[in-house]
Design a protein around this ligand. Structure first.
Ligand code: IMO
Ligand code: MG
Length: 406
């Protein structure tokens, strides 16, 4: 059963979009199983740069059926904007190729409002993700099935009445604004109605027929609500467990692909043991252009943390590593990697020699500088998982294929 899953091994922004795009060409189905528009996946084809937040990256190559699974939370306005932006770039999105699960939850304007008021200290993307999932588990959310049964506007009014009782922080004036916005929102939802369809029977059939299925993770393992650096996490299961609850049907992922950045970044608040606050960190940010695709925030940067990645491999059962952004490590005399954390949580480093050569766009492992090869081998030996692919630049052709992925 050729089922693949791609997940971020760190704190997100590992370069998942590019790899999903490379794989998606060969896929019959691409599935998002958690998260929402907090994700930001950049895909570059030649001179064209696509940014997706909600829609699986498979729409860009256009060969697959793309599913937003039941585990996602979806903001109708953001979705429509994203669809329109992609259409403008020549990507055709039809109900045959794009499906929103009726069991997925809606992110509503009130969720964005609450995110801003209540979750600032976590440094969220303010896309309403946490409050939408709160509604889901409280059993007061609105699911996409409401887009189809004509009861959406009424559900919104009841929902706001309920939240008004729960949250004193939503002032009278804001409530009025939110209520006034319902008809426009209902019109947006109406436009998306043709895309709402139960994806589970389709997926089950695809599994039976041995179709190629790719699950596209968003965020990263340490942003997982259970396994991450709680409370500085997102509100969904970003690791492999989320794929089972959020995708719809059982499948046996024969390739569990870690997207692992060759150094570490993080956006928002929360622990980050190998973070660099000096010129070295600044250099990583510059080399890697580490600014958020969703919020534009500068990302926090630091050395590779193999101690953490060991946990990530354990949780997700990774059996293939895509090592990304290696070309951003050129020009460092030494590269440190954390191989342990001391009792105070401070990283214990090993220093490896760096390399000077610019390796942007390299496609052959053998031609990489000796020290670069040594760095990569150190990582796979330490983790006990092979680095099957090395990404050497933003373009889809900037890739070294060491082991077949398909
Ligand atoms: P991709 O898919 C990096 C972070 C936010 C914040 C925390 C909670 O592009 O890798 P949320 O809005 O989810 O409630 O914010 O999670 N975060 C991400 N960081 N990449 C992402 O997505 C992220 N999605 C959420 O910065 O610290
Ligand atoms: Mg991102």
């Amino acid at each position: 059963m050729p089922a693949y899953i791609v997940m971020g091994a760190q704190w997100g922004d590992e370069g998942k979009g590019k790899i999903v795009d490379v794989l998606a060409e060969k896929m019959d189905f691409v599935v998002r199983f958690q998260g929402g528009a907090n994700a930001g996946h950049t895909v570059i084809h030649g001179d064209t740069r696509y940014v997706t937040h909600l829609i699986p990256s498979g729409v860009i190559s256009g060969n697959s059926v793309n599913i937003i699974g039941n585990g996602c939370v979806v903001d109708p306005r953001t979705l429509l904007e994203e669809m329109e932006a992609l259409e403008k770039q020549g990507v055709r999105i039809t109900p045959a190729k794009f499906i929103i699960s009726p069991q997925a939850h809606m992110v509503l304007p009130v969720h964005r409002y609450l995110d801003k008021l209540l979750n600032e200290k976590i440094g969220t993307t303010v896309r309403g993700i946490g409050p939408a999932y709160t509604d889901k588990v409280r059993r007061t959310g609105i699911r996409w099935e409401r887009a189809c049964d004509g009861s959406f506007a009424e559900a919104c009014r009841e929902h706001l009445d309920f939240l008004e009782k729960v949250y004193a922080v939503i002032g009278k004036e804001e409530m009025e604004k939110l209520r006034d916005g319902i008809p426009a929102l209902a019109a947006t939802v109406e436009r998306l109605r043709p895309f709402v369809r139960d994806a589970r029977p389709l997926l089950a059939q695809a599994v039976k027929e041995d179709s190629n299925i790719l699950y596209e993770g968003a965020q990263g393992t340490f942003l997982d609500i259970d396994h991450g650096t709680y409370p500085y996490v997102t509100s969904s299961n970003t690791s492999i467990g989320g794929a089972y609850t959020g995708g719809g049907v059982f499948l046996d992922f024969h390739k569990r692909i870690a997207i692992m950045k060759s150094y570490t970044t993080r956006v928002g608040e929360g622990p980050f043991p190998t973070e660099l606050f000096d010129e070295t960190g600044e250099k990583l940010r510059r080399n890697g252009n580490e600014y958020g695709a969703t919020t534009g925030r500068p990302r926090r940067c630091g050395w590779l943390d193999l101690h953490l990645l060991k946990t990530s491999c354990m949780i997700n059962g990774f059996n293939y590593i895509v090592f990304s952004k290696v070309s951003c490590l050129s020009g460092f005399e030494t590269l440190k990697v954390a191989v342990d954390h001391d009792p105070d949580g401070k990283p214990v480093y090993e220093a490896l020699p760096g390399w000077e050569e610019d390796i942007l766009g390299y496609t052959d492992f053998a031609t990489l500088p000796e020290n670069c090869r040594r760095y990569i081998r150190f990582v796979e030996d330490f983790l006990g998982v092979p680095v099957g692919m090395v990404s050497t630049g933003p373009d889809r052709d900037h890739v070294i294929r060491r082991r077949p992925i398909l």
